[in-house]
Design a protein around this ligand. Structure first.
Ligand code: NAD
Ligand code: DAU
Length: 332
């Protein structure tokens, strides 16, 4: 494998993945395709622009993807509409990018017999209750709740069907909640960090008891690179770093690390259909491929992330008023 096509490489995780590969695997030639929606920006790749080829385009464009897939050895597919709240307001872009976009890539991969790694989410499994000792495994049945997670589940099922019916050389990974640099400020952790910098109180949806299983984006990407190189074709791997925390604890930790009173937040309207808890059992990835997270404490990863948003205010400030106006119109 030499030429790698990264879809969605101008968004949060894809940007970090392109940086990760250019640091750790300089032998690869990287091509990135991204439509640059509100969450993606070619500028995120400016410091590695001499190491990549960037194409602005839509993954649902079958002809465009056919040509790009043909020219590459492997495709790592991150591109998606990714925010649950947006999917509740307008599901159609999620159907287009997440379902039709994945279909278009699968057809290219099938025709040209290329290697595909499909990036997915733990949300395809639905949610767990707070007192349930269970965690998600590769065998947990799909039960998605939101328009976002149901389109991701659909994309996974398409990949599974193309593996079984057409023998495409694909792997799938389902990861838990990521945090780190370049995450759009609509998302929970960067929203609260940039709220505090802007003198706005952090906002907790509903009771704040909901649990997410946090992983640093570099740990996610290290697992993706490993699966791409050593994963068994046809298999699914769950990625998670044992990072379960409830939302209230996360806000309190951010406030503490930023030198504020840990009670200085407010509760706002809950998300409709809000999933209660996600939790990943990543035993398969750890035992079969030897992956381990580098960030062993959430506070270390969070401190690095807070510092990045403090030092890169030009990156997020132009969008802050608009993002907050949208949330405030929803009572959030
Ligand atoms: P993001 O919204 O920050 O980035 C997605 C990127 O995809 C953007 O740059 C966007 O412009 C691009 N894109 C969207 N539709 C496109 C289209 N039709 N054609 C071309 N490009 C398009 O999202 P993210 O958080 O980086 O998520 C990346 C992937 O990882 C998604 O598939 C998501 O489901 C998955 N995932 C995310 C998390 C998380 O916590 N953020 C966890 C598990 C899995
Ligand atoms: O689990 C993986 C998923 O994690 C990914 O598939 C998604 O792409 C990614 O967006 C993320 O989904 P969540 O819905 O869990 O992430 P979000 O950052 O939107 O919210 C995290 C939790 O914080 C959730 O319980 C809702 C809550 N929340 C969110 C915001 C924006 C708040 O309490 N206040 C907020 O202001």
């Amino acid at each position: 494998m030499k030429n790698i096509l990264i879809t969605g490489g101008a968004g949060f995780i894809g940007t970090n993945f392109a940086h990760y590969l250019s640091r750790h695997s300089p032998q690869y030639k990287l091509t990135i395709i991204d439509s640059c929606n509100y969450a993606g920006d070619e500028q995120n790749l400016s410091d590695i622009q001499d190491k990549i080829t960037f194409i602005k385009g839509d993954i649902a464009n079958i002809e465009l993807m056919d040509g790009l897939v043909a020219k590459n050895d492997a495709i790592v597919h991150f591109a998606a509409e990714s925010h649950n709240d947006n999917s509740l307001n307008n599901p159609w872009p999620f159907v287009q990018s997440n379902i039709l976009g994945t279909y278009s890539i699968l057809e290219g991969v099938r025709k040209h017999n290329k290697r595909l790694h499909h990036i997915s989410t733990d949300e395809v499994f639905g949610d767990l209750s707070l007192d349930d000792p269970a965690r998600f495994t590769e065998n947990t049945p799909y039960n998605p709740s939101s328009p976002y997670s149901s389109t991701k589940a659909s994309s996974d099922l398409l990949v599974r069907a193309w593996i079984r019916s057409f023998g495409v050389k694909a792997t799938i990974s389902n990861c838990s909640n990521n945090y780190g640099p370049y995450q759009h400020i609509e998302k929970f952790i960067p929203r609260q960090i940039t709220n505090i910098i802007s003198g706005i109180k952090p906002k907790l949806y509903g009771s704040g008891e909901q649990v997410r299983d946090w992983i640093h984006v570099d740990d996610h990407n290290a697992a993706v690179a490993l699966i791409l190189e050593k994963g068994k074709l046809g298999e699914t791997y769950l990625i998670g770093a044992d990072g379960e925390k409830n939302n209230k604890e996360v806000v309190e930790t951010i406030l503490k690390l930023m030198g504020k009173k840990t009670t200085d937040y407010e509760h706002v309207k809950d998300r409709p259909g809000h999933d209660m808890r996600y939790a990943i059992d990543s035993t398969k990835l750890r035992t079969e491929l030897g992956w381990q997270p580098k960030y062993t404490t959430f506070e270390d990863g969070l401190a690095q992330t807070i510092e990045w948003y403090q030092q890169n205010q030009d990156w997020w400030k132009p969008q802050k008023d608009q993002v907050e106006a949208k949330y405030s119109a929803q009572g959030q």
